[in-house]
Design a protein around this ligand. Sequence first.
Ligand SMILES: Nc1ncnc2c1ncn2[C@@H]1O[C@H](COP(=O)(O)OP(=O)(O)O)[C@@H](O)[C@H]1O
Ligand SMILES: [Mg+2]
Length: 248
Amino acid sequence: MKTVALFSIKGGVGKTAAAVNLAYYAAEKGKRTLLVDLDPQSSAGFYCRVRPKSRARGRSLLDGRKHVVSLVRASDFANLDVLPAPRGFRNLDRHLDHESDKRRRLTPVFKRLGREYDRIIVDCPPHFGLLAENVFVAADTILVPVVPSVLSTRTLEQLVAFFADRSLRPERIVPFFSMVDRRKRLHRESVEAGQAPGSPFLSTIIPNSSVVERMGVERKPLLAYAARSRAAVAFLDLSAELETRSIL
Ligand SMILES: Nc1ncnc2c1ncn2[C@@H]1O[C@H](COP(=O)(O)OP(=O)(O)O)[C@@H](O)[C@H]1O
Ligand SMILES: [Mg+2]
């Protein structure tokens, strides 16, 4: 079982788009896949047309034995289940703070979920906190979408510094360029610099494309409504590159 989390402290960089599309591709390839939505905005669940059960609580996530499994729902797609984020996930940082093992509380939970799945893809909310720290410990890889700009590069550096601070292995942080507009010089230059030898960036680049924005209207992964688009092919390439690197 492999667990991959999409994380960035910046919002609107393409975490949820990548989480949904990567989960869909893994499921299409026959891997039993669980998409875990930890963001109380519940966009990942929304895109997959999966709503949390009305009585689902944030606290239930932390119970790795019984309750967490009851939060999982089937999607319309073969091999793809979703753990949608109920509103209670807003308080996860606070719930975690009351736990004894508060920085590693999610590790046994993901292990329990992993009994039934080959892949777990986690969509994270955009901030540091106990929830993020738990994900950093529990996930095998932290995928970080970076929109080319000076600020995004700085947030990536902050994440690497945070890992070093907590004695977490920074090799597990894997950035990739997201929402790239090749007409912009800054984007072209940043991508070029990010792909110099020795750079940690994946070679796949996700282009900025309005067909991705339509996911909110279609409420489906890209491949399910625009399989031949450049962006869908890019997500397919991303998933292939992650597979080659034994990440996904
Ligand atoms: N490659 C892309 N090209 C154009 N728009 C995108 C792309 N990826 C995401 N978007 C749009 O940008 C917004 C933020 O994307 P999202 O995946 O929700 O980011 P995050 O999860 O990091 O906040 C959404 O409206 C989404 O449809
Ligand atoms: Mg999101």
